[in-house]
Design a binder for this molecule. Structure first.
Ligand code: SAM
Length: 248
């Protein structure tokens, strides 16, 4: 491929991913709107509605980047007048966090309700059993060892805590697959080049989706880490499930 990402070894992925987000940090929010035609905003709103925080929710937003999920959390808390809530935005890339902090200042968030932390999802420098909810949006496919990310999520969540992941995965319908392939391989890198002057990073983003496990396999990985599905119905939709950390 153009970027050669399919042949990149696990040991090199970490460095490549770091470079990609260092390169795109300043244009990241603009590009998200352009590539998804603004739709990512609705997905993120829906994600936060699915989380539906309550009083005393302590959230860890991993691979939180420029803060989109955390800001929705803070808005939700404000609108619902919830008490004693807090979010920690964790990301491996300080450039993404810098952009997030500037946005947060501009939006006049209460600094006592949000903390920014540089860290690796695969090895969290955080205590066991310390969060009520864990979110990771469009982040886990960028990590080298998904199993480590999941076991760390399990470790830092309190018993009964919620694991929420939003990620691109595989398309089920052949015609849509054709359209999706055309768009992702032919349109996205071109937009990356035109809007952000960076073809390679956007080529990587497309390829990383291709390499992500199928919905079914990802669900098995989440369960192997110890989480259990919170879906009360037998006919669960594997595309939209909630997972809880087991009580001890
Ligand atoms: N969650 C944000 C959102 O939805 O807009 C940002 C998603 S962005 C596509 C992916 C983020 O994952 C980047 O900010 C990147 O730095 C971060 N990331 C990649 N590998 C990571 C790792 N091992 N640990 C923590 N963050 C990581």
């Amino acid at each position: 491929t153009h970027f050669g990402f399919q042949t990149v070894k696990a040991s090199e992925k970490h460095k490549k991913v770091y470079e990609v987000f260092e390169n795109v940090a300043n244009k990241y929010d603009l590009m998200n709107d352009a590539m998804s035609m603004g739709i990512h905003r609705f997905w993120k709103d829906y994600f936060m509605l699915s989380l539906s925080p309550t009083d005393n929710t302590k959230l860890l937003d991993v691979a939180g980047g420029t803060g989109d999920i955390s800001f929705r959390f803070l808005n939700y808390v404000k609108n619902e007048n919830l008490k004693n809530c807090h979010v920690t935005v964790l990301d491996i890339n300080p450039h993404m966090l810098d952009v997030g902090q500037q946005r947060s200042k501009a939006l006049k968030h209460d600094p006592n309700m949000i903390a920014w932390k540089e860290g690796n999802a695969e090895q969290l420098d955080l205590e066991d059993d310390s969060f009520d909810a864990y979110t990771i949006a469009f982040g886990i496919r960028n990590c080298t060892y998904i199993d480590k990310v999941l076991s760390e999520a399990y470790r830092v969540l309190k018993p009964g805590g919620r694991f929420m992941c939003m990620e691109f995965s595989h398309v089920h319908y052949p015609y849509f697959q054709w359209l999706y392939d055309k768009y992702s391989f032919q349109v996205v890198p071109v937009m990356g080049q035109i809007l952000a002057g960076d073809w390679n990073s956007y080529q990587y983003l497309v390829e990383s989706i291709r390499q992500f496990p199928t919905q079914e396999n990802f669900k098995l990985m989440i369960e192997e880490a110890g989480f259990r599905s919170n879906n009360p119905f037998e006919e669960e939709d594997v595309d939209d499930e909630t997972f809880l950390r087991n009580s001890r």
